[in-house]
Design a protein around this ligand. Structure first.
Ligand code: CAO
Length: 251
């Protein structure tokens, strides 16, 4: 039997390189955040068997609801990411194994009865993940406001450890920039992460075969395959699409 450590020992080492051999270079030190984030991302990528499920959910009604809300409530603007956080509460209720962590020895699954959503925030110093605690007790507009405050704090280096701890699941959104899918790295001890990319409008076959323009949100769900199976991941994303279009999101 071959131990995994022996397999790793047989791999070629990363070479030490002098890039100035090929032309002019500039060397800048990595930030403290980059170092820390790199250590966690590297650990999670190597230590967790990731699978990414890609799908597009029809959010035509959800976006119409959001636009109507924002027009009526300009002081309480709701973004697609806040809607996703609120919709995830409902979906986590339906799929409790996504709101779980594996015990350190892997002998038990800890099912969480709280609904705290982590949000990946892009800051000049690197990636940070503040957590919106108690999303089940907040309206979507309140979640949007909490998210804006935490994202600003993250960018101003003002997040405490408590504000970055205790997530149920994490959302990583590149939707305001672009993309059609990507592989988000699970934010351990979560067992899944929801990646969102840019809304896309495309025609589908409507009544009497007439083309009908619909709006789709691309969703890339990475999950820990030790805990979650592919069929449940596919169902989870379908349920997320349904929850996003539910008018109850604006109650
Ligand atoms: N498709 C199209 N537009 C979208 C969208 C989507 N999926 N998601 C958001 N948008 C729009 C918003 O509606 C908003 O438009 P308006 O200004 O016209 O209203 C605009 O994009 C900007 O939104 P925002 O940035 O204010 O808020 P947000 O909720 O979309 O995102 C946050 C907040 C914190 C998630 C984001 O700022 C961020 O930092 N994202 C990067 C996360 C990241 O780096 N992930 C990668 C991790 S792996 O390296």
């Amino acid at each position: 039997m071959t131990k995994i450590t022996e397999l790793l020992d047989r791999l070629a080492p990363f070479p030490a390189m002098d890039f100035s051999e090929w032309g002019e270079v500039e060397i800048t030190p990595t930030t403290r955040y980059q170092k820390l984030t790199g250590q966690f991302l590297g650990r999670n990528w190597v230590g967790i068997p990731h699978v990414t499920h890609n799908d597009e959910v029809d959010v035509t009604e959800a976006e119409a609801n959001r636009r109507a809300w924002n027009a009526d409530n300009p002081e309480e603007k709701i973004t697609p990411v806040a809607m996703a956080a609120k919709a995830l509460v409902e979906v986590l209720r339906q799929f409790p194994m996504f709101n779980a962590s594996l015990s350190e020895d892997g002998d038990a699954l800890i099912l969480k009865r709280y609904f705290n959503i982590g949000i990946a925030v892009d800051t000049p110093n690197g990636l940070l993940v503040p957590v919106i605690h108690g999303c089940n007790t907040q309206t979507t507009a309140e979640i949007a406001a909490s998210m804006a405050i935490l994202a600003e704090k993250a960018r101003d280096k003002g997040l405490s450890m408590a504000e970055m701890s205790g997530s149920s699941i994490t959302v990583s959104s590149l939707g305001h920039i672009g993309g059609t899918s990507f592989t988000p790295i699970i934010n351990s001890p979560d067992v899944a992460i929801v990646g969102l990319t840019k809304l896309i409008e495309r025609p589908v076959r409507g009544a009497d075969d007439a083309p009908e323009w619909r709006l789709f949100l691309p969703v890339s769900l990475s999950y820990d395959h030790r805990v979650i199976n592919g069929a449940d991941a596919a169902r989870f994303v379908v349920a997320l699409g349904k929850a996003l279009n539910d008018k109850a999101l604006f109650a």
